[in-house]
Design a protein around this ligand. Structure first.
Ligand code: FDA
Length: 399
């Protein structure tokens, strides 16, 4: 197939959060800009995010928190983009478009109406800026070195510059592909290992039996993995554990490692039960514990700790065992639910190969990578969209 003429100034691959935002910036700066996506609708992940409300950003994205909350081989890489287009900058645009937000816990800002309104706004701004959006067009590769040839199933396109915003591998059912990594590899841009993140953990054997029996029960729990600890609640599932603390910890977990589950974060089970033993020793341990955790969880913990009889029958060692069974349940996950349900992909285009001010590949002038395809992965709670907005913005400013 022949190459289209004249060449585009910029072709953006992927009409997700990062690609739409980058396209808007590039087009506003007068660039002839084409945004391509293989899906039939743009911004599908925005639409389904946050339970249909889209957690658009987080107020706690700040210089001091960025190296901790954006995982990357180079934890300082994201500072530049996130400081140049901040959560406040994003919100100013969001509000100017007539959208409003509500704050949930931990600085998480959700769209006050529907996630689809966020998509509609971005698509509207992209058109108003003069960019062209071409959907249902699958990208197969990028060749050349400025001008580039973008190979698609709808023909070839010539571009002075290319912004790769094709996301990660999570939720293949929604059109996730590895094209961004393949483009990087083809141009000699290195990658770090990729793995599913913000994903439920799966278990086998005795822990799974206990978890599956509690499926659907949520507790105000915490999960620790190495030095990372999250206290945002957890949920038992038929395959193991989910809920915010677990999803967060999954980004830190590696095969074979144990995680420490606290089923009653904030409570002091040992001290409470010792006091209860003095006060009303005839009560069953599970009944006393059920004041601190859901009853089914209490029974399971008592069984695991091997306690029999009333509270009065328990010595200090038995109460210490129960305390540990609740506050420090050490379990080794079998794995994760994988890309099928992972919210994001950890790893990707190696940040050492990119200029943090422009997201351009240092060795390939004119080839930029933004959003999730890059080895920058945020915490749960709006951090990943903020990375998409900020990295898209800086690339759009520089092309
Ligand atoms: P994104 O994946 O959004 O876009 C990539 C685009 O490239 C897609 O439109 C895809 O169709 C296209 N593409 C891929 N391969 C192609 C090919 N070969 N040819 C053409 N096009 C191709 N984050 C957050 O901050 N707050 C939240 O509330 C949530 N909630 C959430 C829920 C769920 C269920 C998931 C799966 C994820 C989230 N996230 C989130 C994470 C967030 O959705 C994610 O980090 C961003 O969408 C990443 O934006 P990108 O633009 O980089 O990729």
């Amino acid at each position: 197939m022949g190459t289209a003429h004249p060449p585009w100034d910029v072709v953006v691959l992927g009409a997700g959060a990062a690609g739409l935002y980058a396209g808007i910036e590039a087009a506003r700066r007068g660039r002839r800009c084409l945004v391509i996506d293989g899906a039939r609708k743009p911004g599908e992940k925005i639409r389904i995010s946050g339970g249909g409300r889209c957690n658009v950003t987080n107020l706690n994205v700040a210089r001091a928190t960025i190296p901790e909350r954006f995982l990357s081989r180079n934890p300082r890489f994201a500072l530049s983009a996130l400081s140049r287009h901040t959560a406040r900058d994003f919100l100013a645009r969001f509000e100017a478009a007539g959208l409003s937000w509500t704050e949930k816990a931990l600085g998480q800002l959700f769209c006050a109406t529907f996630a689809r309104d966020v998509v509609a706004w971005l698509v509207r701004d992209l058109a108003a800026a003069g960019a062209t959006l071409r959907l249902g067009t699958v990208v197969h590769g990028v060749e050349g070195a400025g001008p580039f040839t973008v190979r698609t199933d709808g023909g070839d396109m010539a571009a002075a510059r290319v912004i790769v915003a094709t996301g990660g591998l999570s939720i293949p059912k929604m059109g996730a592909t590895d094209i961004g990594y393949r483009i990087a590899r083809a141009h000699g841009v290195p990658l770090t290992d990729t793995r599913p993140a913000l994903v439920p953990l799966t278990f086998a054997g005795a822990p799974l039996e206990e978890m599956a029996a509690l499926a659907g029960t949520a507790v105000e729990g915490a999960v620790a993995c190495g030095r990372a600890r999250f206290r945002d609640g957890l949920l038992f599932t038929h395959r193991g554990l989910s809920g915010p603390s677990v999803l967060q910890a999954s980004s830190y977990w590696r095969e074979g490692e144990a995680v420490a589950i606290d089923l009653a974060a904030g409570a002091e089970v040992g001290a409470s039960l010792a006091a209860e033993r003095r006060r009303a020793g005839r009560v069953a341990p599970a009944t006393a514990l059920a004041r601190l955790v859901p009853e089914r969880v209490a029974r399971a913990a008592v069984a695991r700790a091997g306690l029999r009889g009333t509270l009065a029958d328990q010595g200090n060692a038995a109460l210490a065992r129960l305390n540990a069974a609740v506050h420090d349940w050490q379990v080794v996950p079998q794995g994760t639910e994988g890309y099928r349900t992972a919210e994001v992909t950890l790893g990707g285009v190696d940040t050492d190969a990119l200029d943090p001010r422009t997201m351009e590949a240092r060795a390939v002038p004119g080839l930029h990578f933004v959003g999730e395809v890059v080895d920058v992965t945020g915490w749960l709670g709006g951090y990943n969209f903020q990375w998409a907005w900020s990295s898209g913005w800086v690339a759009g400013q520089s092309v």
